[in-house]
Design a protein around this ligand. Sequence first.
Ligand SMILES: Nc1nc2c(c(=O)[nH]1)N[C@H]1C(S)=C(S)[C@@H](COP(=O)(O)O)O[C@H]1N2
Ligand SMILES: [Mo]
Length: 531
Amino acid sequence: MKTAWKVPRPHGGWRRTAAGALSGALAGFAALAVAELVSTAVRPEAGPVVAVGGAAIDRTPAAVKDWAIQEFGTNDKLVLKSGILAVLGLLAVALGLFALYRRRTGSAGVLLFGVVGAVAATSRPDSTGLVDALPSLVGALVGAVLLYVLVGRLALRPAPAGDAAAETGWDRRGFLIAAGAAAAASAAVGGLGRTLGASLGKDAVASRKAVTLPAAASPADAVPKGAQVRVAGVSPFVTSADDFYRVDTALVVPKVNADTWRLRIHGKGVTRERTLSFADLLGRELIERDITLTCVSNEVGGPYVGNARWIGVRLADLLDECGVRPPSRGGPADQLVARSVDGMTIGTPVDDVMDGRDAMLALGMNGEPLPFAHGFPVRMLVPGLYGYVSACKWIQDIELTTFDDYDPYWVKRDWARKAPIKTQSRIDTPKPFGRPKAGTVMVAGVAWAQHRGIDKVEVRVDDGPWQAAELAAEDSRDTWRQWSFRWRATPGNHTLTVRATDRTGAIQTARRTRTIPDGASGRHSVVVTVD
Ligand SMILES: Nc1nc2c(c(=O)[nH]1)N[C@H]1C(S)=C(S)[C@@H](COP(=O)(O)O)O[C@H]1N2
Ligand SMILES: [Mo]
């Protein structure tokens, strides 16, 4: 039997339905284009996509965010923005279809999205006030009016009197003209917004260009020649700024003008509160150190670890001048909370900052002022601690407080209050599922246990015994250390596993844990087929 499934012909025909959908899409496009243009005058972070995206990031459960970082890496933000645009597009089309039946309510729906964007923008931690509502509201108003006008062209004309058989119709020509004009105008507004947006932050760019980093009073020793193993495929010992991993919540990289930037130090036990300018910091004694930074979201074998030469101000000296004593010397504050210009908060144990390690306010990376993406003009670094509890970028405020009194950003999202970096090692070559030739195969990679140092790296082939790898020269105990292992490879499938031993004598654990709450543990393995 044949079943016919008939879709009822929509009121006014399919073309009119399509025109309704198009009206919605155009209204959404116009609203976003106008909103982005207005945001270049207000604040780029106040645009609806960035504001809603930022709010989404803050509300994403830790596990989902970690999954996104693993899955999309540094593209996570692009994926989020595309996702928001896709959802907005679908909703706009739905509103357009709805407006065919309820024109006013459809337009009001567009306004409602404007209100959502406005609320998101004004409630961001870095919001500068009610003006942040403007981009979303103005954009939505334009979108709502446009939808109303376009759908007005789709009104059905009554059939001529006395001719009941005649088709009812709508003003196709009028609609197409209006839709075409709206699309062109929106594209022009969008283009203008892009052009203006690209030129924003020019003062910040100029202030960065004007920076000359002085020589450090306490320079770093040259990286030992033997720190880099001579095996192809191993990460460079010093990671270039371009290749350095980037992990942060900023949908728009903050462009801070170093000339107007200030850092305030205050809070519990601060007897001499201070506000410092960039010039103040540049004029102080600087230290230069090689420090390997690691993200707590780095999976075993993962890429979120990098090593650079940093120049900056020793943080303990600065705190000392402000009268701060660590709790181990009777001070009342055990937590240092760093705040960034984009509202990030990062909490670090005061004892760690002041125990003699090279915790610093970094002004430069690999001989250049910090890149904007890595925290220009100033970021914090504390050797031995994961970035989320130590490495605040675009820092503007340091508050001395207690762990009891305040939970910073990531701690509110279920990550651990304290997170020293776990001893880890990674096989850089051969790559997983590589096909090396039988004979001597160089196995090599990196190992890290910042501020403890790496004393041993061992490799195991399949279920064989652990065999000592050759350690490259150590730069410092705050940096990673390379290693290599000459493997007499025999044909067939093999699993290579690595483990490191740190200077306390502790062997890297085999116990696999997730990254949440305080960093992944376990050992990196690579499966290869030897031909
Ligand atoms: N302002 C700000 N600082 C931040 C973050 C952030 O999201 N915002 N992320 C932290 C995390 S989780 C890490 S691992 C490091 C990464 O620094 P990088 O992007 O320079 O590699 O920055 C830290 N500092
Ligand atoms: Mo991180």
